[in-house]
Design a protein around this ligand. Structure first.
Ligand SMILES: NC(=O)c1ccc[n+]([C@@H]2O[C@H](COP(=O)([O-])OP(=O)(O)OC[C@H]3O[C@@H](n4cnc5c(N)ncnc54)[C@H](OP(=O)(O)O)[C@@H]3O)[C@@H](O)[C@H]2O)c1
Length: 269
């Protein structure tokens, strides 16, 4: 968001992390919105440790559901719009065609259930909300799949990566751009929208492409999900249908490989 902001000079941005503003604290949220004359809240904060959430249910729901209700209530009380980031984990990944917004939700994990509860709380408390469900996010910041695979590919001669889970790798910069386009669009059309980069691949194909673009030589072999056990189930199919956001907000979405090249260029620099 901070990198994309200069292209949207009509807005004044205020960025907060938990140290400046804990979204679980409704009184602090309300005071912050009033003190700063906020008219749009973009909520990127969440509890995102998918496996840990299974044993940390209360905190996960506190951040992903109760705090989102706080945001919705404060927003409505102050006449503020909300853009909230959600996830493909509201589905269980058993589809075989891209998920659209009107498809029945069926989260299979505590994380997914808590994010769904957050969506419901926001829709209930703040009609002026846009919920953007996204998937497979990466960027040049923080820990993510791209950085891990670049590191492992450099350290090891060979790697095994799952090939029977497919989705659309999504550059966080593209999501940020989409959020800013939603906010700056002439009409704010509330509702749930799906957003990811274009194209589809497996984690295995994603890894091969990361290594090819980064010039890393590593023998990457495909394995099945059953050979890489995780504490919680991961969706086999995470592909989102983006027709609604493209039509409503006129957003053009790049192919994932094109965006991956930009991210790796930044990382190499
Ligand atoms: N990563 C993905 O592949 C993916 C896929 C689909 C959807 N999403 C969604 O995308 C959004 C961003 O995900 P991400 O992967 O960027 O997550 P992330 O790296 O874990 O970032 C979440 C941020 O929320 C902050 N936070 C946690 N509790 C807070 C609180 N009480 N008040 C204020 N800030 C708080 C965290 O701060 P600390 O670091 O200080 O705890 C962290 O900076 C989330 O809504 C997530 O559900 C992510």
């Amino acid at each position: 968001m901070q990198q994309a902001a200069p292209r949207f000079p009509q807005f004044t941005f205020i960025y907060t992390d938990v140290d400046e503003l804990d979204i679980c604290n409704k009184i602090a949220l309300d005071a912050f919105v009033k003190a700063n004359g906020v008219n749009v809240i973009v909520n990127c904060a969440a509890y995102t440790a998918v496996d840990k959430a299974e044993d940390d249910v209360d905190l996960c729901y506190k951040i992903n559901a109760e705090a989102v209700r706080n945001i919705g209530e404060v927003a409505t009380a102050n006449g503020v719009k909300v853009v909230h980031v959600s996830t493909d984990y509201v589905f269980d990944g058993t589809n075989y065609f891209p998920y659209s917004e009107d498809q029945a939700v069926c989260p299979a994990t505590i994380y997914g259930k808590s994010k769904l509860a957050g969506e419901e709380a926001l829709l209930e408390t703040c009609p002026q909300s846009v919920i953007l469900r996204t998937a497979w996010l990466y960027s040049s910041f923080g820990n993510n799949f791209v950085k891990t695979m670049m590191k492992l590919g450099t350290e090891r001669d060979a790697l095994t990566v799952i090939f029977d889970q497919v989705g659309s790798p999504t550059y966080a910069a593209d999501l940020a751009e989409a959020i800013l386009q939603v906010i700056s669009h002439e009409t704010f059309v509330p509702g749930i929208y799906h957003f990811s980069d274009e194209g589809v691949c497996s984690w295995y194909d994603f890894t091969k492409t990361i290594h090819r673009i980064a010039g890393i030589i590593c023998d990457v072999k495909p394995i099945e999900t059953k050979d890489y056990p995780a504490k919680t189930p991961r969706p086999h199919y995470s592909v989102l249908n983006k027709a609604k956001i493209k039509k409503t907000y006129g957003i053009t979405i790049p192919h994932w490989e094109e965006s991956l090249e930009k991210c790796i260029e930044l990382l190499k620099a």
